[in-house]
Unconditional design. Sequence first.
Length: 363
Amino acid sequence: MSNELKKTPLYQTFVDSGAKIVEFGGWAMPVQFSSIKEEHNAVRTEIGLFDVSHMGEIIIKGSDASNLVQYLLSNDTDNVTTHKAQYTALCNEQGGIIDDLITYKLEENVYLLVVNAGNTEKDFEWMCEKAKAFDAEVINVSTEYGQLAIQGPKARDLVQQHVNIDVSEMKPFEFEQNVEFFGKNVILSQSGYTGEDGFEIYCNADDAPYLWDEILKNDVTPCGLGARDTLRLEAGLPLHGQDLSETITPYEAGIAFAAKPLIEADFIGKSVLKDQKENGSKRRTVGLEMIDKGIPRTGYEVYDLDGNQIGEITSGTQSPLTGKSIGLALINRDAFEMGKEVVVQVRKRQVKAKIVKKNQISK
């Protein structure tokens, strides 16, 4: 691996274990340990463990922190508490998504924003620029945190055995600070990117290798970015840089729940999003299932049966669980109809597909 690539605290652990390492968003990351199919199925049926320490962490604090956080983000940040996190978008003036992220309130006027790895610097600079009008400080603390995701139908039982709190009733995006997990102090968040139950664990960067090894002693499958992508795509969860971008709004991307343009407070992109909420966006994201043989890939064109282009594929793969070829596509809103047959241009072939729900998990 080139020396320029960033490495998580677990990099050496992965090299030693023989994982296949690839470049992702400027990071050297494991794409797979055993096989994508094996890892994917472990998360759908048992438990899988992911290193997500490449994700960025940005602290916003100061007397104006809550106002700055709301100004930056598209969701209603009044709903963020010291026990309830929130999924949201960082939008530009046109309502396009600079990044999607999770906001945690650590204490009064101290917020932790968890952003996508490849966007950390860009997000940080954007936030610093906007912070000039507020009495608030923006600090990139990414190197201080390790982050692990333990995911799957049996994840909660395992976590419960090794923490000093009751996690049985924790709901999505609920979190607790100062939790003892395998003897280490962590933030425990009921969240993930797989469509399964599970937790994301924020720890001191130095503690990540120890926690990784301890968790794996419990019959847990280590998982790489390959399975992370097939799992999130099967669950219909968007990936920034493909399904979300600076030219795609939350309404177009199918994450309308993360935009609240009717709140009183102002935020960047609000007027565009308010218009799309009231009048509809011109495009929308749909799930696709291929009828004929062929895998839809990012950028492939989508046509109606009359040969008119109606959009393009933003993400696609073959589901390791079902063998079906599935994808997400951004299409013209007026071309949408659930169950409708469309055509995907797969290289030189025109391949039939149908519009389905974005969440395509089947067990």
